[in-house]
Design a binder for this molecule. Structure first.
Ligand code: ACO
Length: 312
């Protein structure tokens, strides 16, 4: 079975850094509360011309340059997002326009909450299997600050903006993927599209309970599918929602927390962008090496969950 391999990644974060102290001047909260309950210390918010699509294009440009991939060899551009600039055109079409990508390219967005990047990887694999061209561009991009209610301290401290991108190809490498969903808007939903200004609503404790069960389940399924043991996985890259969720998942799996990459302290929860941003940061800081096995796993609105085992 042909697996999916990441050729190169890129990321783009907004210039504007918003600290917990800055947020505590807007709502009744504190750096101590946010840091201890979530592990988040600051996040980035778009300003000026920055949007999900502009960040997506910047991240994609880097990934394509680093992969040395000829855009003519791309068969698809898929962006996972819950905060596209427009209902239409898609962020992927806007990326195509900004980067001058060829017309013979399937460009579309995919909505699977914070699990979106995992869904998009698997969708890209399906398209690559049907196409002679070797590459696909997979992006996670969000401007969550656009749909955040800054009077709701339960949610506004959690989210940030950003984008990550990967150029992927098929290869004879160990690969496994698991995707799941359970339609339920009660724990987490985003108002709109429609006349209403879109806003995130969340039952934090319900999401927490769901997440600490979904994350280990994804990891266990991937280990079973690939007949690997947890000790054989070099890195776990979980969706960066909350440090306590990651700690609970590591504990439940009996795996060392040090192998779970975390950067939510600097970016907050960037939904579908969090995993590709983490992968790119890990690569640029020298943590990733050829041959390593990496499990990425996400969970989020839908409810959705999913994971992928990649070989670098
Ligand atoms: N600052 C200060 N106090 C706050 C804040 C805040 N920002 N937010 C809530 N509180 C208060 C509450 O009002 C409550 O006060 P009360 O006891 O007087 O009523 C108290 O803190 C405790 O509230 P809880 O909701 O019980 O706090 P909890 O420990 O559950 O932490 C949190 C809340 C951080 C949201 C947690 O439930 C959580 O992380 N849930 C998962 C959320 C998540 O990760 N969502 C995104 C995942 S999916 C996706 O990425 C889209």
């Amino acid at each position: 079975m042909k697996g999916l391999r990441i050729c190169a990644t890129g990321r783009a974060l907004p210039r504007q850094i918003v600290t917990n102290d800055a947020l505590s001047r807007r709502v009744d909260t504190s750096d101590a509360w946010i840091a201890s309950r979530t592990g988040i210390r600051e996040r980035r918010f778009c300003c000026g011309e920055e949007t999900a699509a502009s960040l997506a294009a910047d991240a994609a440009r880097l990934a394509l340059e680093r992969a040395g991939a000829d855009p003519g060899q791309l068969c698809a551009c898929i962006t996972a997002t819950v905060t596209p600039d427009y209902a239409s055109p898609s962020v992927s079409c806007l990326v195509q326009q900004r980067l001058g990508l060829p017309e013979e390219l399937a460009c579309f967005d995919l909505s699977a909450g914070c699990t979106g990047f995992i869904y998009a990887l698997q969708a890209a694999r399906g398209l690559l299997l049907q196409d002679a061209r070797p590459y696909a561009l997979v992006i996670g991009a969000e401007q969550l600050s656009r749909i955040t209610d800054f009077t709701d301290r339960n949610t506004c401290v959690l989210f940030g903006d950003g984008a990550g991108a990967a150029v992927v190809t098929l290869d004879q490498v160990p690969y496994a993927c698991t995707l799941g969903s359970r339609g339920d808007a009660a724990p987490l939903w985003i108002e709109g599209p429609g006349p209403a200004h879109p806003v995130i609503h969340m039952d934090g404790q319900a999401v927490f309970r769901f997440a600490v069960e979904a994350l280990p389940r994804c990891v266990r399924t991937l280990l079973e599918q690939s007949a690997l043991r947890g000790e054989e996985i070099d890195w776990f890259v979980p969706h960066q929602a909350n440090a306590r969720i990651v700690s609970a998942a590591a504990r439940r799996l009996g795996l060392p927390l040090e192998r779970f990459y975390q950067n939510m302290d600097r970016y907050g929860n960037t939904s579908a962008a969090s995993i590709p941003i983490a992968l790119d940061e890990m690569d640029r800081t020298g943590l990733l090496r050829t041959g390593q096995k990496v499990i990425c796993a996400g969970f989020g609105a839908g409810l959705t969950w999913g994971g992928v085992l990649l070989t670098l």
